[in-house]
Design a protein around this ligand. Structure first.
Ligand code: PLP
Length: 284
């Protein structure tokens, strides 16, 4: 069955959907995206994703083609039309089509595109067994807090990791881990402190990160927001990633070496359980 995708006001079979060659998302990566996870046919923590969408478009002085309420209504219609139970809903807003010029066009109409991806979220091998991570230099731009589709450096880092036999890369800048290719990076020290990089332009302000840190604090885990080095990861009691797609997923191997016994840690397991409960409560 072909998916139904949404493009600028129309719900269409995926092979009939079209976007202009002059769309600035295509020519300049002049576009913002969000990925909301779908559980039980509903959206997880979607209000937070829409708030970040607004923040991202505002940061680029880009408009939205319609209100956030209308965007959410289209999102919910997409879930229905695709009969999706578990997976993700991808949403992209671009500055729209205009003749190619570096200057922002004055009168382009933003494009809005959405598609669904059906896949398991809760019961995954990565959640069960953990993932392996290697470090690569962070060569991305300096506004990583804006969720743009300029993802080539992240894609290259992911491929470098896969070529090295790992599942993902943690990016390093000035001797410190910034984040994963498409996730936020966290460790638990041998003293039981959850370390995570503080919010800045250097990392994406993860929706899952925020929820998980609040859950950690509620359960009495000490959270310290500061940068940490690859050596601190190697000497940590645990490591894990957070993202809308992967929830909380343990990291068990770092640069080819097991973290402690190479098994998912108990803090990561507990936080995953708590986050799943939170996600189920947030469904819309
Ligand atoms: N960091 C980067 C670079 C990402 O691309 C993502 C998600 O795509 C995240 C962090 C995690 O953010 P969220 O929890 O909002 O999915």
């Amino acid at each position: 069955m072909s998916r139904i995708v949404y493009v600028n006001g129309e719900f269409l079979p995926e092979d009939e959907a079209k976007i202009s060659v002059f769309d600035r998302g295509f020519l300049f990566a002049d576009a913002i995206y969000e990925v909301s996870t779908v559980l039980q046919g509903k959206l997880v923590d979607n209000a937070a994703h829409l708030a970040r969408l607004q923040r991202s478009v505002d940061a680029l002085n880009m408009g939205l083609p319609c209100s956030l309420e209308e965007i959410e209504a289209i999102q919910l219609e997409m879930l229905k039309r695709n009969d999706i139970n578990e997976g993700g809903l991808y949403l992209q807003v671009t500055r729209g089509a205009a003749d190619r010029d570096f200057a922002f066009p004055k009168d382009s109409k933003p494009s809005l595109v959405m598609f669904t991806q059906s896949r398991p979220v809760i019961d995954t091998a990565a959640a069960q067994n953990g993932i392996s991570v290697v470090t690569t230099p962070d060569i991305r731009w300096q506004r990583r807090d804006i969720k743009t589709v300029g993802l080539l450096p992240a894609s290259m880092a992911k491929q470098t990791a896969l070529d090295a036999g790992a599942n993902d890369a943690w990016l390093v800048e000035d001797g410190f881990i910034t984040e994963g290719t498409s996730n936020n990076a966290h460790i638990v020290t041998k003293d039981g402190v959850l370390l995570t990089r503080a919010l800045s332009n250097k990392i994406l302000h993860g929706i899952t990160r925020k929820a998980v840190l609040a859950l950690a604090e509620e359960t009495g885990i000490t959270v310290e927001e500061r940068s940490f080095t690859p050596d601190e990861v190697s000497n940590a009691a645990e490591a894990f990633i957070t993202s809308a797609s992967m929830f909380v997923t343990p990291v068990v191997t770092f640069n080819g070496e097991p973290i402690v016994d190479g098994k998912p840690g108990k803090v990561a397991k507990r936080l995953r359980e708590l986050y799943i409960a939170f996600a189920l409560k947030s469904l819309k």
